[in-house]
Design a protein around this ligand. Structure first.
Ligand code: GSH
Length: 201
C-alpha cells in the first residue's frame, strides 16, 4: 500500500507524518500543493486544511495527529500497552499544541525584526519549562517507553529547529534521542531521498 501525502512544500505538520512513515516502513509519496493553487484545492478538502493522506483505495485521512497515529499503528510505533497508548497520545497532543505556540506566531506571522526577540523569549522562558517536563518523563535512553515510539519521533521533530539546540544540549535524555534519530541509517537514508523536504519551516 502506497499512501499519498498532500501538503505544502514544508516540514510543518507534514514532517512528523513523514518521520513516522520512514521509521515505520510505510510507503508514501509527497503530493506538494503549490501555494497559488491552494485556495482552489482548499474548497475540495474536508476541513479546509492540509495535510491529508490518501491510500490506493481512495481512503482519505485528515488531521495530522490522526494520520501519525494511523501510521504508527501500521508501522509498529504505537505502544501495545493501553496506558502507554494513552500516555503517547497525551505527549503527541501536548507537543502538537506547543508547536502551534511558535510555528505560526514566529515563523509565519512575525516581521524579520521581531523574530530574534521572539525566539530569545521562547528559548529562555517558554521552552525550558516545557522541555524540563519532557526530560523528567523520558527514560535514560531518551525514549518515553521501552522502545522508540511515534511520541519520540514527534518529540524529535518538535525539538529539531536550530534555535532549540541550546535547550536540547542542556537536557541529556532529550539529546540522546536527537542523536539516535539523526545518526540512524533510517534518517540518513530519508534525508538523502527525494521524499525529504529541505525547508527550515
Ligand atoms: N488540526 C489540523 C490543522 C491543519 C492546519 O492548520 N493546516 C494548515 C497548514 S499547517 C493549513 O492547511 N493552512 C492553510 C489554510 O488553512 O488555508 C492538523 O493537525 O492537521
Amino acid at each position: 500500500m502506497v499512501y499519498t501525502l498532500t501538503y505544502f512544500e514544508l516540514k510543518g505538520r507534514g514532517e512528523p507524518i513523514r518521520l513516522i512513515a520512514e521509521f515505520g516502513k510505510i510507503e508514501y509519496k509527497n503530493d506538494i500543493v503549490p501555494y497559488d493553487q491552494w485556495l482552489e484545492k482548499k474548497k475540495k478538502t474536508k476541513f479546509g486544511h492540509v495535510p491529508y493522506v490518501t491510500d490506493e483505495d481512495g481512503f482519505v485521512i485528515n488531521e495530522s495527529v490522526a494520520i501519525c497515529r494511523h501510521f504508527a499503528k501500521a508501522g509498529g510505533l504505537y505502544p501495545k500497552d493501553d496506558r502507554e497508548q494513552t500516555i503517547s497520545d497525551q505527549w503527541v497532543d501536548a507537543l502538537s499544541d506547543w508547536s502551534k505556540s511558535f510555528t505560526v506566531p514566529i515563523q509565519f506571522k512575525s516581521t524579520e525584526e521581531e523574530i530574534p526577540q521572539k525566539i530569545k523569549k521562547l528559548t529562555e522562558e517558554t521552552a525550558p519549562q516545557f522541555f524540563d517536563v519532557i526530560e523528567k518523563d523520558l527514560n535514560e535512553d531518551g525514549h518515553f517507553f521501552d522502545k522508540l515510539s511515534w511520541a519520540d519521533l514527534y518529540l524529535f521533530h518538535t525539538a529539531s529547529p536550530d534555535f532549540l539546540k541550546p535547550v536540547v544540549d542542556e537536557r541529556p535524555k532529550l539529546k540522546k534521542l536527537m542523536e539516535e534519530v539523526y545518526n540512524s541509517d533510517t534518517y540518513k537514508k530519508y534525508k538523502s531521498s527525494d521524499r525529504y523536504i529541505n525547508s527550515d519551516k
